[in-house]
Structure formats: structure tokens, C-alpha cells
Design a protein around this ligand. Structure first.
Ligand code: NAD
Length: 381
């Protein structure tokens, strides 16, 4: 835990709640945006009445011109950010609006990074590596989720090496985020489960991180309680607006928490699975969570026992160790209830790759804040 001093990052302006998307045109105008590149994918662009169409309607109403990049890929690649940069320059754009989940936001952030900080983004991997501000960026979020619409992280995959790397800088934080749960009502079950588990992991890892502080603790606790009380419901019935709204609150709180307290081995290892096999990020995180946290438990059993309580487990009369074990059981139960796969083999993992992936996981920026210091052998196991 950071005992004495820490800096605390907060995103600047965040619109939250049903139908806030209608305010984006006005907000783009306030920011002086004249021609943003709207960064999204083909599916979202074509979604009738969806986030992209509502964003465009609001921009047009406010008289803001735009140009669309619709080539975002899941686990966004360097080629995606280069394509956005090329379009931005060709069209003389002046700003970026991302519409989608973490992949759209990270593509927009990555493009912003190489527009103002040098064209080779691989050289900028790491923490606080950016010297220059990105172009003005608004993030319209459609999954609950990664928190990328308000974090300082941009997660990019090098398609040649299959390595996923992270650029972490306060300069990456979008100027404005939009989280409108009505845009998430039609998110399919599998994606709701995977993204919701990502939000859950992003509340668990900062809680047990060596960098946690009282502010991030309170955000994690609230986020965990919100996930526990709404993720199953959101998966069971996507049109449950109350459950969708709570999941948005959870993912925002978790995003703010890990912006400051950082993550751990679940994310360090999930990045390897995502980079190597192009597997969905939330599924990778959810699969790894109970195993990594069981391993971490001896580092701070008391914190894990507290987690069990926040997750609604009955810990009365239990020893700290037994209560902590209940937290691990609860994590697996939540994954099972929402239909996450059981094994990493189901997402194509090959044991022949494990040594190299373990080495790379220990080099991932998220590894440093894990509560237990591991070896390559531990990660492989
Ligand atoms: P995603 O952005 O990759 O989207 C997955 C799929 O969902 C896409 O095909 C998209 O078209 C579809 N989709 C998105 N919104 C939808 C909607 N409302 N309705 C129907 N379909 C919709 O998924 P994600 O989980 O949000 O993002 C994952 C990426 O974010 C990974 O690359 C991960 O590493 C990264 N990430 C970034 C941060 C950060 O802080 N920058 C944090 C965690 C994860």
C-alpha cells in the first residue's frame, strides 16, 4: 500500500446515464472540434439506431463535420492506429471521437499518440512515456467494460510479434467520456459476460494491488458490490436497464481505481493470451482470475477475506484464511454463472507457448503491482 503520498488521476468530464449520448454534438462544439475522425468498427457503424448513428445525428445537429474510420479490430493492432493517423492527416481532421468498447478507444488513443509523440508506438510502451498532448478526444463507450473511455492506458497488439503492450500516460485520458447504458441494451450475452468480468477483475486487482490507497479501495468495494448485484441479471436479460446502469457504474469505478492503483498478474497474463491467440480480453481475464488470486492469497489473506464480504459471501465465524478461500470460490462461481469458458485450452492456448508468454507476462507493466512476486515457473504453472 502507498502509505504516505500518491498522485490521483481523475478523468475530466464524464456524461453518465440513459440518453446522454444526445449531448455529444454540443460537447464537441464546446471543445472546438471542427472535424473529428470517428473511430469505430463496421458492425457498430451499421447498427440501426446504435451508438454511431446517434453520435452522428448529434454531431450533425450541432453542425460539426466528421469523417469515419470503421476498421477497428478487437485487440487493436498497430495497423489500425496507423490507418487512423493516415486518415486524420489526409482529411485535415482536428480531433478524435471513439465509439465502441476498449478496442475503439485504444485505437483512437493509439492514433492520437503517434500523431503527436512520434510514429513508432512500440518505443512508447511503458509508464508516463508521452511528452505531448494527444489531439482532443471524446470516448463514447458501448461495453461495460474496460474503462478505457476514462483510463490512462492504451493497449495495442503488435501484429508481427503477437505482443500486446500498454502505453500508460495521463495524456491518454480522453477529455470527455460518454457512458449511456441505453447503448448497451443489445450487447449479446457472451460479450456482456466477458466485458462484465473484465470490470470485475479491474476492481479485484487494484484492491489487492501493492499500489492501493483509501480512495481506490472505496471505488473497488462499490464496483465489486455493483457487479455482484447486476452482472448475472444483465447476462440473463440484456434489456434490464437497471442492471445495465449498475454495470456501467461498476466499470467506471473500476476504471478510476486501476488508473491509480494499477492491476496485477491477471492482466499481465491476459495480455499474453490476447496477443498470442487474439482471444477476447474479458474472457482471458475471467479464466485466469481464480487461479491467479488463489496464488496471490498468501500475500495478504486479510484483504482477500474482505473481498469475500464485498462479494456477499457469509464469512461469519470463519478464520481469515477460510474467508479468503471463499472469495476465490466466489470468483469462479460468478464466471460459471455467466458462462465463461472453463479452460484456457478452449481459447486455443498451446502449452508450447507458455514459457515465452510467462517471460513476457513478467515484463508486462501490470506485473509490478501484483501482491505476490512470482517467477516464470509460477506463471507457467
Ligand atoms: P471490444 O471493444 O474489442 O469489442 C468487442 C466486440 O463487441 C466488437 O466486435 C464490437 O463491435 C462489439 N460491440 C461493442 N459494443 C457493442 C454493442 N453495444 N452492441 C453489440 N456489440 C458491440 O471489447 P472490449 O472488451 O470493450 O475491449 C477489449 C479491448 O480493450 C482489449 O484489447 C483490451 O486489452 C482493451 N482494454 C483496454 C483497457 C484500457 O484501459 N485501455 C482496459 C482493459 C482492456
Amino acid at each position: 500500500m502507498t502509505e504516505h503520498s500518491y498522485d490521483f488521476l481523475m478523468p475530466s468530464v464524464n456524461f453518465f446515464g440513459p440518453n446522454v449520448i444526445g449531448k455529444i454534438g454540443e460537447r464537441a462544439k464546446i471543445l472546438g472540434m471542427k472535424k473529428p475522425v470517428l473511430v469505430t468498427d463496421k458492425f457498430l457503424e451499421g447498427l440501426e439506431g446504435g451508438a454511431v448513428q446517434q453520435t452522428i445525428a448529434s454531431l450533425e445537429e450541432a453542425g460539426v463535420d466528421y469523417v469515419i474510420y470503421n476498421g477497428v479490430e478487437p485487440n487493436p493492432k498497430i495497423r489500425n492506429i496507423q490507418a487512423v493517423k493516415a486518415l486524420y492527416e489526409k482529411e485535415h481532421a482536428d480531433s478524435i471521437i471513439t465509439v465502441g468498447g476498449g478496442s475503439a478507444h485504444d485505437t483512437g488513443k493509439g492514433a492520437g499518440i503517434i500523431l503527436t509523440n512520434g510514429s513508432d508506438i512500440t518505443k512508447l510502451a511503458g509508464i508516463e512515456t508521452l511528452d505531448n498532448a494527444l489531439p482532443p478526444l471524446i470516448a463514447v463507450n458501448t461495453t461495460a467494460g474496460t474503462g478505457s473511455e476514462l483510463t490512462r492506458h492504451a493497449v495495442i497488439t503488435n501484429e508481427e510479434t503477437h505482443l500486446k503492450f500498454v502505453v500508460v500516460s495521463w495524456r491518454n485520458i480522453p477529455l470527455v467520456s460518454f457512458n449511456d447504458p441505453t447503448l448497451m441494451l443489445d450487447v449479446p450475452k457472451g460479450l456482456t459476460a466477458a466485458t462484465g468480468m473484465d470490470a470485475f477483475v479491474q476492481a479485484i486487482e487494484p484492491y489487492v494491488s501493492v499500489d492501493h490507497n483509501p480512495i481506490t479501495d472505496s471505488q473497488c468495494i462499490e464496483a465489486i458490490e455493483l457487479v455482484e448485484s447486476s452482472l448475472r441479471e444483465a447476462v440473463a436479460n440484456g434489456h434490464n436497464l437497471d442492471a445495465r446502469t449498475k454495470m456501467v457504474e461498476a466499470e467506471m469505478l473500476a476504471g478510476m481505481a486501476f488508473n491509480n492503483a494499477n492491476l496485477g498478474y491477471v492482466h499481465a497474463m491476459a495480455h499474453q493470451l490476447g496477443g498470442q491467440y487474439d482471444a477476447p480480453h474479458g474472457v482471458c481475464c475471467a479464466l485466469l482470475l481464480p487461479y491467479v488470486e488463489k496464488y496471490n492469497l498468501i500475500a495478504d489473506p486479510q484483504r482477500f477475506a474482505e473481498l469475500a464480504e464485498f462479494m456477499g459471501e457469509n464469512t461469519e465465524g470463519l478464520s481469515t484464511r477460510d474467508a479468503a478461500e471463499l472469495a476465490i470460490k466466489g470468483m469462479k462461481q460468478l464466471s460459471d454463472d455467466v458462462g465463461i469458458p472453463e479452460t484456457i485450452q478452449e481459447i486455443g492456448a498451446d502449452p508450447n507457448d507458455f514459457e515465452l508468454m510467462a517471460e513476457n507476462a513478467l515484463k508486462d507493466g501490470n506485473a509490478a503491482s501484483n501482491p505476490r512476486v512470482g517467477t516464470k515457473e509460477d506463471i507457467v504453472k
